[in-house]
Write a protein that binds this ligand. Structure first.
Ligand code: DX5
Ligand code: ZN
Length: 240
C-alpha cells in the first residue's frame, strides 16, 4: 500500500476484507499468505486468544513476528489484561491492534498507552481498535472515542471461527455509525465473525470499512479463489 499514514491508506481503500488465519493450514501458511497477496488481500487478521478471555488458546507474539508477509498485520487481542502485553505485539510488527473493552478495568489507559507506541515496521503508526462482544452495549465506546482509530463489532461470540453471523449486528452497526457521525469522528468501523460467501455482499452494504472473514477463505481447498470471490463481492457491493 502507498506510503501514506496507515489510517488514510485504509480509509481510501475501504471497504476491505481482513482475512483471519484461525482456520488456515498453519503447515502451509507461507504459501497460503502468498495466495492472499496474489488475490489482492491487504489485511491479515490474527486472532490472539489466551484461553481466559475466551475459551480457546491460539497464537502469541512469537508467531506474529515469525509471519513474513506484505499484508498489514491486523492483531485482534482476545486476552485478559492487555495493558502490560502490548509491547510484545507491537515489537512483533503489529500494524493494527484491537483490544476488547471487556478485557480489563482500565481500557482507556490501554488505548492511551498504545497511542504512544510506534510501529516496528516503519513510521506508519499503529491503528488502535476497540472490539465489542455481541452482548456489550455500544455506549461504552463514547468515552473512548478520542483514543481510537477503529471500532469493531463482533458478529459472533469470541473463541472460534466458522460460527453463524448474529443478525442483531446489523442494527448495532448502523447505530454505531450514527454515534460516530454525531461525534464527528472519522473512525474506521469493522465487523468480525460469521461472514461467508452467502452474506458478504449484504455485510459490505452495511457501510462498514473492514470486514473480517476467516473460514470462508481458508476452509476447503481453494483459498485463492475464495479470497478473490470475497474481494469481488465487497467491491461490487461498494460500487468500487
Ligand atoms: C472470533 C474471531 C474471528 C473469527 C472469524 O473470535 O475474532 O476473527 O476467527 O472467523 P470466521 O470468519 O470463520 O467467523
Ligand atoms: Zn477476530
Amino acid at each position: 500500500m502507498p506510503d501514506k499514514p496507515l489510517l488514510e491508506q485504509i480509509r481510501e481503500a475501504a471497504p476491505l476484507i481482513s482475512v483471519g488465519i484461525l482456520t488456515a493450514d498453519l503447515m502451509s501458511l507461507g504459501s497460503e499468505l502468498k495466495l492472499m497477496d496474489t488475490a489482492g488481500v491487504k489485511l491479515l487478521h490474527v486472532d490472539v486468544m489466551d484461553g481466559c478471555f475466551c475459551p480457546m488458546m491460539t497464537v502469541g507474539p512469537g508467531f506474529i513476528k515469525a509471519v513474513k508477509t506484505p499484508l498489514l498485520k491486523d492483531i485482534h487481542l482476545m486476552i485478559e489484561d492487555p495493558l502490560n502485553k502490548l509491547e510484545s505485539y507491537v515489537a512483533a510488527g503489529a500494524d493494527m491492534i484491537t483490544v476488547h473493552v471487556e478485557s480489563c478495568r482500565h481500557i482507556h489507559r490501554v488505548l492511551q498507552k498504545l497511542g504512544q507506541m510506534t510501529n516496528a515496521n516503519d513510521s506508519r503508526g499503529i491503528l488502535r481498535g476497540i472490539a465489542l462482544n455481541p452482548g456489550t452495549p455500544l455506549d461504552v465506546i463514547t468515552p473512548l472515542i478520542d483514543e481510537l482509530e477503529m471500532a469493531f463489532l463482533l458478529a459472533v461470540n469470541p473463541g472460534w471461527g466458522g460460527q453463524k453471523f448474529i443478525p442483531s449486528t446489523e442494527g448495532r452497526l448502523s447505530r454505531l455509525r450514527q454515534m460516530l457521525d454525531e461525534a464527528k469522528k472519522e473512525i474506521l468501523v469493522g465487523i468480525d465473525g460469521g461472514i461467508t460467501r452467502d452474506n458478504i455482499a449484504d455485510v459490505a452494504r452495511m457501510d462498514v470499512d473492514i470486514i473480517v472473514t476467516g473460514s470462508a477463505v481458508f476452509d476447503g481447498k481453494t483459498p485463492l479463489e475464495n479470497a478473490k470471490f470475497m474481494i469481488d463481492a465487497v467491491n461490487d457491493a461498494a460500487g468500487k
